[in-house]
Design a protein around this ligand. Structure first.
Ligand code: FPP
Length: 225
Protein backbone atom coordinates (compact mmCIF):
# COMPACT_ATOMS: atom_id res chain seq x y z
CA UNK A 1 0.00 0.00 0.00
CA UNK A 2 1.45 3.41 -0.89
CA UNK A 3 1.42 6.08 1.81
CA UNK A 4 -0.40 9.37 1.44
CA UNK A 5 1.36 11.94 -0.66
CA UNK A 6 1.21 15.08 1.47
CA UNK A 7 4.56 16.73 0.92
CA UNK A 8 6.60 16.79 -2.28
CA UNK A 9 10.08 18.33 -2.33
CA UNK A 10 11.72 19.28 -5.61
CA UNK A 11 15.35 19.94 -6.46
CA UNK A 12 14.99 21.87 -9.71
CA UNK A 13 18.32 20.98 -11.27
CA UNK A 14 19.65 21.24 -14.83
CA UNK A 15 18.65 24.75 -15.94
CA UNK A 16 22.10 25.69 -17.25
CA UNK A 17 22.71 22.39 -19.01
CA UNK A 18 19.29 22.68 -20.63
CA UNK A 19 20.32 26.10 -21.96
CA UNK A 20 23.82 24.99 -22.96
CA UNK A 21 22.50 22.04 -24.98
CA UNK A 22 20.36 24.51 -26.93
CA UNK A 23 23.23 26.95 -27.49
CA UNK A 24 21.50 29.50 -25.25
CA UNK A 25 22.92 31.65 -22.45
CA UNK A 26 22.30 30.31 -18.95
CA UNK A 27 19.72 33.03 -18.24
CA UNK A 28 17.35 31.30 -20.66
CA UNK A 29 17.66 28.09 -18.67
CA UNK A 30 16.77 29.76 -15.39
CA UNK A 31 13.88 31.63 -16.99
CA UNK A 32 12.55 28.41 -18.53
CA UNK A 33 12.92 26.85 -15.07
CA UNK A 34 10.84 29.58 -13.48
CA UNK A 35 8.12 29.17 -16.12
CA UNK A 36 8.06 25.44 -15.43
CA UNK A 37 7.52 26.07 -11.74
CA UNK A 38 4.65 28.44 -12.49
CA UNK A 39 3.09 25.84 -14.81
CA UNK A 40 3.16 23.20 -12.11
CA UNK A 41 1.38 25.22 -9.43
CA UNK A 42 -2.19 24.73 -10.70
CA UNK A 43 -1.48 20.99 -10.77
CA UNK A 44 -1.59 20.93 -6.96
CA UNK A 45 -5.31 21.38 -7.23
CA UNK A 46 -5.65 18.09 -9.14
CA UNK A 47 -4.00 16.16 -6.31
CA UNK A 48 -4.17 15.71 -2.54
CA UNK A 49 -0.68 17.16 -2.11
CA UNK A 50 -0.78 19.73 0.66
CA UNK A 51 2.76 21.05 0.43
CA UNK A 52 5.46 21.43 -2.21
CA UNK A 53 8.92 22.68 -1.25
CA UNK A 54 11.17 23.77 -4.10
CA UNK A 55 14.91 24.40 -3.91
CA UNK A 56 15.39 27.72 -5.69
CA UNK A 57 18.71 28.91 -4.25
CA UNK A 58 21.05 27.04 -1.94
CA UNK A 59 23.62 28.48 0.42
CA UNK A 60 26.25 26.94 -1.91
CA UNK A 61 24.79 28.86 -4.89
CA UNK A 62 26.39 32.07 -3.53
CA UNK A 63 29.61 30.74 -5.02
CA UNK A 64 28.31 31.33 -8.53
CA UNK A 65 29.25 34.40 -10.57
CA UNK A 66 27.60 37.59 -9.35
CA UNK A 67 25.77 38.18 -12.62
CA UNK A 68 24.16 34.74 -12.37
CA UNK A 69 23.19 35.24 -8.72
CA UNK A 70 21.72 38.65 -9.63
CA UNK A 71 19.80 37.05 -12.47
CA UNK A 72 18.32 34.36 -10.22
CA UNK A 73 17.22 37.01 -7.72
CA UNK A 74 15.64 39.12 -10.45
CA UNK A 75 13.71 36.00 -11.49
CA UNK A 76 12.77 35.43 -7.85
CA UNK A 77 11.24 38.93 -7.72
CA UNK A 78 9.26 38.19 -10.88
CA UNK A 79 8.30 34.73 -9.61
CA UNK A 80 6.92 35.95 -6.26
CA UNK A 81 4.86 38.59 -8.06
CA UNK A 82 3.49 36.04 -10.51
CA UNK A 83 2.93 33.33 -7.86
CA UNK A 84 0.58 35.54 -5.91
CA UNK A 85 -2.50 35.63 -8.21
CA UNK A 86 -2.08 31.94 -9.09
CA UNK A 87 -1.79 31.00 -5.43
CA UNK A 88 -4.79 33.12 -4.49
CA UNK A 89 -6.87 31.45 -7.20
CA UNK A 90 -5.76 27.97 -6.19
CA UNK A 91 -5.93 28.37 -2.41
CA UNK A 92 -2.15 28.09 -1.98
CA UNK A 93 -0.11 29.85 0.69
CA UNK A 94 3.44 30.99 -0.10
CA UNK A 95 6.16 30.31 2.45
CA UNK A 96 9.89 30.83 2.22
CA UNK A 97 12.53 28.88 4.10
CA UNK A 98 16.19 29.74 4.50
CA UNK A 99 18.09 32.84 5.53
CA UNK A 100 16.52 36.18 4.76
CA UNK A 101 19.26 38.50 5.96
CA UNK A 102 21.52 38.07 2.92
CA UNK A 103 18.76 38.38 0.30
CA UNK A 104 18.50 41.61 -1.68
CA UNK A 105 16.03 44.06 -0.12
CA UNK A 106 13.67 43.88 -3.10
CA UNK A 107 13.50 40.09 -2.87
CA UNK A 108 12.66 40.33 0.85
CA UNK A 109 9.98 42.85 0.04
CA UNK A 110 8.34 40.61 -2.61
CA UNK A 111 8.53 37.63 -0.24
CA UNK A 112 6.76 39.57 2.52
CA UNK A 113 4.06 40.70 0.11
CA UNK A 114 3.47 37.21 -1.35
CA UNK A 115 3.31 35.67 2.13
CA UNK A 116 0.94 38.34 3.40
CA UNK A 117 -1.42 38.21 0.43
CA UNK A 118 -1.67 34.41 0.31
CA UNK A 119 -1.70 33.68 4.04
CA UNK A 120 -5.18 32.16 4.01
CA UNK A 121 -4.31 29.42 1.50
CA UNK A 122 -4.83 25.83 2.61
CA UNK A 123 -2.06 24.24 0.56
CA UNK A 124 1.53 25.44 0.78
CA UNK A 125 4.18 26.35 -1.75
CA UNK A 126 7.48 26.63 0.15
CA UNK A 127 10.38 28.20 -1.67
CA UNK A 128 13.84 27.46 -0.25
CA UNK A 129 16.08 30.50 -0.78
CA UNK A 130 19.58 30.87 0.66
CA UNK A 131 18.81 27.52 2.23
CA UNK A 132 21.09 24.95 3.83
CA UNK A 133 19.71 21.94 5.70
CA UNK A 134 22.90 21.66 7.73
CA UNK A 135 22.63 25.28 8.78
CA UNK A 136 19.01 24.73 9.88
CA UNK A 137 19.96 21.58 11.78
CA UNK A 138 22.80 23.36 13.52
CA UNK A 139 20.60 26.32 14.48
CA UNK A 140 17.91 23.96 15.81
CA UNK A 141 20.51 21.94 17.73
CA UNK A 142 21.74 25.12 19.45
CA UNK A 143 18.22 25.85 20.71
CA UNK A 144 17.24 22.31 21.57
CA UNK A 145 16.81 21.56 25.26
CA UNK A 146 14.92 18.25 25.18
CA UNK A 147 15.26 14.95 23.42
CA UNK A 148 12.04 14.52 21.49
CA UNK A 149 12.02 14.37 17.69
CA UNK A 150 8.77 16.35 17.67
CA UNK A 151 10.40 19.22 19.54
CA UNK A 152 13.44 19.15 17.26
CA UNK A 153 11.19 19.18 14.19
CA UNK A 154 9.33 22.19 15.55
CA UNK A 155 12.65 23.96 16.15
CA UNK A 156 13.74 23.27 12.60
CA UNK A 157 10.49 24.72 11.30
CA UNK A 158 11.02 27.74 13.54
CA UNK A 159 14.61 28.47 12.51
CA UNK A 160 13.53 28.09 8.87
CA UNK A 161 10.65 30.59 9.29
CA UNK A 162 8.17 27.88 8.31
CA UNK A 163 4.72 27.75 9.84
CA UNK A 164 4.25 24.04 9.18
CA UNK A 165 4.32 21.26 11.72
CA UNK A 166 6.88 18.52 11.26
CA UNK A 167 6.83 18.54 7.48
CA UNK A 168 8.09 15.08 6.62
CA UNK A 169 8.76 14.80 2.91
CA UNK A 170 6.94 11.90 1.24
CA UNK A 171 8.40 12.26 -2.23
CA UNK A 172 11.63 13.98 -3.23
CA UNK A 173 12.04 14.66 -6.93
CA UNK A 174 15.42 15.68 -8.31
CA UNK A 175 15.70 16.51 -11.98
CA UNK A 176 18.96 17.20 -13.80
CA UNK A 177 20.25 13.63 -14.10
CA UNK A 178 22.00 13.77 -10.72
CA UNK A 179 21.17 11.64 -7.68
CA UNK A 180 22.13 13.53 -4.54
CA UNK A 181 20.45 15.62 -1.83
CA UNK A 182 22.72 18.67 -1.98
CA UNK A 183 21.99 19.84 1.60
CA UNK A 184 18.21 19.96 1.02
CA UNK A 185 15.70 19.01 3.77
CA UNK A 186 18.00 16.37 5.26
CA UNK A 187 15.90 15.87 8.40
CA UNK A 188 12.55 16.06 6.61
CA UNK A 189 13.59 13.51 3.95
CA UNK A 190 14.37 10.74 6.47
CA UNK A 191 11.63 8.48 5.03
CA UNK A 192 11.12 10.10 1.64
CA UNK A 193 10.86 8.15 -1.57
CA UNK A 194 13.53 9.46 -3.95
CA UNK A 195 12.66 9.96 -7.61
CA UNK A 196 15.18 10.93 -10.27
CA UNK A 197 13.57 11.57 -13.65
CA UNK A 198 16.00 11.66 -16.55
CA UNK A 199 15.24 15.25 -17.58
CA UNK A 200 16.49 18.75 -16.90
CA UNK A 201 14.15 20.92 -14.82
CA UNK A 202 12.87 23.04 -17.76
CA UNK A 203 11.67 19.79 -19.38
CA UNK A 204 9.82 18.61 -16.27
CA UNK A 205 6.32 18.81 -17.73
CA UNK A 206 2.95 18.21 -16.10
CA UNK A 207 3.12 14.71 -17.56
CA UNK A 208 6.48 14.17 -15.84
CA UNK A 209 4.90 15.31 -12.58
CA UNK A 210 2.00 12.90 -13.04
CA UNK A 211 4.53 10.12 -13.76
CA UNK A 212 6.29 10.92 -10.47
CA UNK A 213 3.00 10.69 -8.56
CA UNK A 214 2.14 7.40 -10.29
CA UNK A 215 5.60 6.05 -9.40
CA UNK A 216 5.09 7.09 -5.77
CA UNK A 217 1.68 5.38 -5.71
CA UNK A 218 3.33 2.15 -6.86
CA UNK A 219 5.81 2.16 -3.98
CA UNK A 220 5.23 0.10 -0.86
CA UNK A 221 6.24 2.23 2.11
CA UNK A 222 6.98 0.25 5.25
CA UNK A 223 8.93 2.69 7.45
CA UNK A 224 11.19 -0.15 8.53
CA UNK A 225 8.37 -2.57 9.42
C1 FPP B 1 19.63 24.54 -10.66
O1 FPP B 1 20.06 24.37 -11.98
C2 FPP B 1 18.79 25.74 -10.54
C3 FPP B 1 19.07 26.82 -9.77
C4 FPP B 1 20.26 26.95 -8.93
C5 FPP B 1 18.18 27.98 -9.76
C6 FPP B 1 16.72 27.61 -9.72
C7 FPP B 1 15.94 28.74 -10.21
C8 FPP B 1 14.77 28.67 -10.86
C9 FPP B 1 14.01 27.44 -11.14
C10 FPP B 1 14.14 29.89 -11.38
C11 FPP B 1 13.90 30.94 -10.37
C12 FPP B 1 12.79 30.66 -9.44
C13 FPP B 1 12.78 31.20 -8.22
C14 FPP B 1 11.60 31.04 -7.36
C15 FPP B 1 13.95 31.94 -7.71
P1 FPP B 1 21.61 24.67 -12.30
O2 FPP B 1 21.75 26.13 -12.52
O3 FPP B 1 22.44 24.09 -11.19
O4 FPP B 1 21.80 23.91 -13.63
P2 FPP B 1 23.00 22.92 -13.99
O5 FPP B 1 22.94 21.78 -13.03
O6 FPP B 1 22.67 22.52 -15.39
O7 FPP B 1 24.28 23.71 -13.87
Amino acid sequence: MPGTLNHVAVIMDGNRRWARERGLPMQHGHRAGMERLLDLLPMLHETDISMVTVYAFSKANWQRAKFEVDHIFSLAIEAFRRFTPICLAKDIRVEVIGRRDRLPRMVRCCIREAIQKTKKGQRVLRVALDYSARESLLAAAHRCTGESEAEFSRLIEKVQHSSGNNENVDLLIRTGKEQRLSDFLLWECAFAELYFPDVYWPDFSLQEFRNAIRWFDSRGRRYGE
